[in-house]
Structure formats: structure tokens, C-alpha cells
Write a protein that binds this ligand. Structure first.
Ligand SMILES: [Zn+2]
Length: 118
């Protein structure tokens, strides 16, 4: 696969975004939050991400080292993306592919990341 222009949203539609990302880079993670959330993630530079709805409404959940911002909708509770830092310190966005239009996560083969051990 390759880079795709995707649209994503929370369940109720209050939060929406566009992003350029490669769904073939999908991962799942077994850390304390990802295992509960069940998200399938793909990562994009923050410059490729645009929030189109929900500015000022977004919930922000942080834990542990408070590096990642888990952005959820206060109305429907869905975490459709998260903001954090790449290995090089650049701003990155984690896209929950389960929240993206036209993506069937069952057709992806996400790499399993052992976040629990990190
Ligand atoms: Zn919502």
C-alpha cells in the first residue's frame, strides 16, 4: 500500500480530521491503554494532520510520563487520535484507523508492538 488521504472522526461526529498516512504501517500495542482501547494505530507527522471539527471540544487524557495526549470526544467517548513525539522528537499524530472512513482493519495485518515491556 501507500500513503492515503483519509478522513476520520469520533462516533458522534463532533471530532473530525483529515490525514495523510499509510494504513500498511498499522500497529497494535499491548500497553495498559492500547489493550483497553483496542485501537489500531498508524502514525503520521503532525504536519500531515488537520483537525476539521472539534477544536476546543477535545478531551485530553495523559498518564505515566505525560508525553502522549490521548484525544477523546467528551460526548461519545471515542479516542480517534493521539498526539505525541516521534523518536526524533518531532510532533507526531497517532491515528486510530478504526475511526477512519473506508478502512477495514480486518484487512490490515497490524504489527504487534510490545508496548507493555517498554
Ligand atoms: Zn463524539
Amino acid at each position: 500500500m501507500a500513503m492515503q488521504n483519509l478522513t476520520g472522526s469520533c462516533h458522534c461526529g463532533a471530532i473530525a480530521y483529515t490525514v495523510e498516512v499509510d494504513p500498511a504501517t498499522a500497529i497494535t500495542c499491548n500497553c495498559s491503554i492500547c489493550s483497553r482501547l483496542g485501537a489500531v494505530w498508524a502514525f503520521a507527522p503532525a504536519t500531515k494532520f488537520k483537525l476539521t471539527k472539534g477544536e476546543g471540544k477535545l478531551g485530553d487524557y495523559q498518564f505515566n510520563k505525560h508525553i502522549a495526549h490521548h484525544r477523546f470526544c467528551p460526548t461519545c467517548g471515542i479516542e480517534s487520535f493521539a498526539q505525541g513525539k516521534g523518536k526524533d522528537g518531532s510532533d507526531q499524530v497517532g491515528i486510530n484507523l478504526r475511526c477512519c472512513d473506508g478502512i477495514d482493519v480486518n484487512k490490515l495485518s497490524p504489527k504487534q508492538v510490545d508496548g507493555r515491556s517498554l
